[in-house]
Design a protein around this ligand. Structure first.
Ligand SMILES: Cc1cc2nc3c(=O)[nH]c(=O)nc-3n(C[C@H](O)[C@H](O)[C@H](O)COP(=O)(O)O)c2cc1C
Length: 362
C-alpha cells in the first residue's frame, strides 16, 4: 500500500477505522514551529461528524495526542507522531454484512488485491483515515501562516444546486463558510441544499457534491516543472481522498469549450506588480504559481453506504441484499466533511513546495 506523500514535508498515515488509533508521522517539518494538541484539536473539530444531521451520526471524540517531535510546544525538527484513539464506535453493524460486497465501496478491490479485508469498518478506505491528513495540515497551516498564505475550501455545488461565491474577501468567505452547517458560504444556496439533503436522508439515499478550494496571498514560483507541476501534484493530492472523482484547476473542463481570445489571461501592471485581468488559469501557469488566486474544484461521488437495500453478491458468489441497519452511521454527502480534507491536502501540498523552493534557489 502507499501511505506516504510529499517530498520534503513527508506525511505517513496509519490506522484502520475500527482499530486502536489513527495517526500520522510527519517527517521533514522544520524546527521551532509552535504547535499544541489544542491547535490540532481545533482543526479536527471541523472534520468531525455529529456536528449536525448532515454528517455521519458517529459520535467521535477525536482528541489528538502528540507522541514525539514536539518539546514545550515547539517542533524539534525530528519526526512528529500524532495519534487519535478510536473511541465510541461499534463494529456490530459492519460484522453483520461482512460477507456482502458493498456497491461502489472498497471491500471488493481490497479483497482481490490483499486477500482479506478488515470487516470491522472500511479499513484504510474509511473516511476516518482523513483524520491523519487534518492532523498534518494543522502543522502545515502554521508554516503557511508564516508566509501569510490563507486557504479555504467550501461546498460549491450539491447535485444541481450551485452556490454563488464571492471571492473578493477571504475573511467574509471564511466566516460565511464556517456559519453554514454544510460549509456552503452562499446562505441562500446553503438553505436550498439543506432541504435537498433532508429529502435525500428521508429517502434513505445519499448525494454527490463539488468542493471548491482557494489559496490567497500566493507567492509566485511554487511548483516544479515538469513532473511535479503544482496542478499535477494538487490533482494527485485531491484524488487521493476517498470518494473524489474529478479535479479541475481554474476554468478546468469548461476551458475546452472556449476560444483563446476568451480564455487567455491578459497581463497588466498594477500596484507595482504584474497581474492578469482575468484568472481562467486558476493561479498556475506551466506548473508554477502566478500569485493570482489559486482556485480549483474537486467532485465527490454520492456516499456508497445508503440505507436503501441494494442488490449485490456475497463472498460465495451468491445473490445477496445489502440492507444497512437504521442505526448505522454514514455521511449523506461525502463532499461536506471532505471540504475540510480538501483544505488540508491544499495546505500540505503548498508547504511541500515552499520547502522544495528553498532547495531550488541556492
Ligand atoms: C470525510 C469522508 C467521509 C466518508 N464517509 C463515508 C461514509 O459514511 N460511508 C461510505 O460508504 N463512504 C464514506 N466515504 C467514502 C469512502 O471513503 C469511499 O467511498 C471509498 O474510499 C471508495 O471510494 P473511491 O473509489 O473514491 O476511493 C467517506 C469519505 C470521506 C473523505
Amino acid at each position: 500500500m502507499s501511505n506516504t506523500f510529499n517530498k520534503i514535508f513527508k506525511v505517513t498515515t496509519f490506522g484502520e477505522s475500527h482499530g486502536k488509533a489513527i495517526g500520522a508521522v510527519i517527517d521533514g517539518c522544520p524546527s521551532n514551529i509552535e504547535i499544541t494538541e489544542n491547535d490540532i484539536n481545533n482543526e479536527l473539530k471541523r472534520r468531525r461528524p455529529f456536528n449536525n444531521k448532515y454528517t455521519s451520526q458517529r459520535e467521535e471524540e477525536d482528541k489528538a495526542k502528540i507522541l514525539s517531535g514536539v518539546y514545550k510546544n515547539k517542533t524539534l525538527g525530528s519526526p512528529i507522531c500524532v495519534i487519535v484513539e478510536n473511541k465510541n464506535f461499534s463494529s456490530k453493524e459492519y460484522l453483520k454484512t461482512k460477507d456482502i460486497l458493498k456497491p461502489s465501496h472498497a471491500n471488493y478491490t481490497y479483497m482481490q488485491k490483499y486477500g482479506l479485508f478488515d470487516p470491522r469498518g472500511s479499513s484504510r478506505a474509511s473516511g476516518r483515515e482523513t483524520i491523519a491528513r487534518v492532523i498534518a495540515s494543522a502543522i502545515a497551516k502554521k508554516i503557511l501562516d508564516h508566509y501569510k498564505i490563507k486557504t479555504i475550501a467550501y461546498i460549491k455545488q450539491i447535485k444541481n444546486i450551485k452556490a454563488n461565491i464571492d471571492h473578493s474577501d477571504y475573511s467574509s468567505l471564511k466566516e460565511n463558510t464556517y456559519n453554514s452547517p454544510i460549509y456552503c458560504p452562499d446562505i441562500k444556496a446553503s438553505k436550498k441544499m439543506e432541504s435537498l439533503l433532508d429529502k435525500t436522508i428521508k429517502e434513505k439515499d445519499s448525494i454527490g457534491g463539488v468542493v471548491e478550494f482557494a489559496a490567497y496571498n500566493m507567492p509566485t514560483s511554487l511548483g516544479e516543472p515538469i513532473y511535479d507541476k503544482l496542478d499535477a501534484r494538487l490533482g494527485s493530492a485531491m484524488l487521493s481522498i476517498g470518494g473524489s472523482k474529478g479535479f479541475e484547476i481554474g476554468k478546468g473542463f469548461e476551458s475546452s469549450k472556449m476560444r483563446g481570445s476568451e480564455y487567455n489571461d491578459l497581463y497588466i501592471f498594477e500596484n507595482s506588480r504584474i497581474k492578469t485581468k482575468t484568472n481562467n488559469s486558476g493561479g498556475i501557469l506551466a506548473g508554477i504559481s502566478t500569485s493570482e488566486l489559486l482556485i480549483g474544484t474537486v467532485a465527490f461521488k454520492p456516499t456508497p453506504s445508503i440505507l436503501k437495500p441494494q442488490k449485490s453478491i456475497n463472498l460465495q458468489n451468491k445473490s445477496a441484499v445489502l440492507a444497512l441497519d437504521k442505526s448505522s452511521k454514514h455521511d449523506p454527502c461525502i463532499a461536506i466533511r471532505a471540504s475540510v480534507v480538501v483544505e488540508a491536502m491544499l495546505n500540505l501540498t503548498l508547504v511541500d513546495f515552499i520547502l522544495l523552493n528553498k532547495l531550488s534557489a541556492l
